[in-house]
Write a protein that binds this ligand. Structure first.
Ligand code: GDP
Ligand code: MG
Length: 168
């Protein structure tokens, strides 16, 4: 039977861990300084969701996010989205609304989740649990707290998006 393909875009300020998350999920690796492989638009991961074969294509940016210069091609045809921020970067948390709106402008209403990454650094957190929960509720986004470094919760983010899509 036919495989379901889902294009997933991962947005958020620079250095919140987007590339690392893709590498972790698709390749099972973590490095301190990962750079997008030139010429590669996405990495893929195959999974099964209630008897369906699903192929997730996780699109990485080339690190141009600080310049608001992500190309239209990046967003084109996206069917799901992760908006990520970092526990230790207050500005990245404050940029979440902007990213959500950007995706909605480019892609319309696609399933989105909010990811608070780097929870291994909770002791130096620049956001409170209450304000993160408040924002997730206000934006009506499901919240995941992850550590790409320690491999906490990363699988659950993408499993959720895939399940959501299959049962849409
Ligand atoms: P991007 O710009 O959003 O793609 O961020 P990167 O994936 O390049 O990650 C930026 C830096 O944060 C790198 O040094 C990563 O190793 C580091 N990093 C990513 N995820 C985590 C995490 O969960 N915990 C910690 N401590 N560092 C992380
Ligand atoms: Mg990156």
């Amino acid at each position: 039977d036919l495989e379901i393909s889902i294009k997933v875009v991962i947005v958020g300020n620079g250095a919140v861990g987007k590339s690392s998350m893709i590498q972790r999920y698709c390749r099972g690796i973590f490095t301190q300084n990962y750079k997008k492989t030139i010429g590669v638009d996405f990495l893929e991961k195959h999974l099964r969701v209630s008897d369906e074969e699903v192929r997730l294509m996780l699109w990485d940016t080339a690190g141009q996010e600080e310049f608001d210069a992500i190309t239209k091609a990046y967003y084109r045809g996206a069917q799901a989205c992760v908006v990520a921020f970092s526990t230790v970067d207050r500005a990245s948390f404050e940029a979440v609304r902007k990213w959500k709106k950007k995706v909605e402008d480019e892609c319309g209403l696609v399933p989105m989740v909010l990811v608070q990454n780097k929870i291994d650094l909770l002791h130096e957190s620049q956001v409170t649990a209450a304000e993160v929960e408040h924002l997730a509720k206000e934006l009506q986004m499901r919240l995941y707290r992850t550590s790409v470094k320690e491999d906490l919760n990363v699988m659950n983010v993408f499993q959720h998006l895939a399940e959501n899509y299959v049962s849409r």
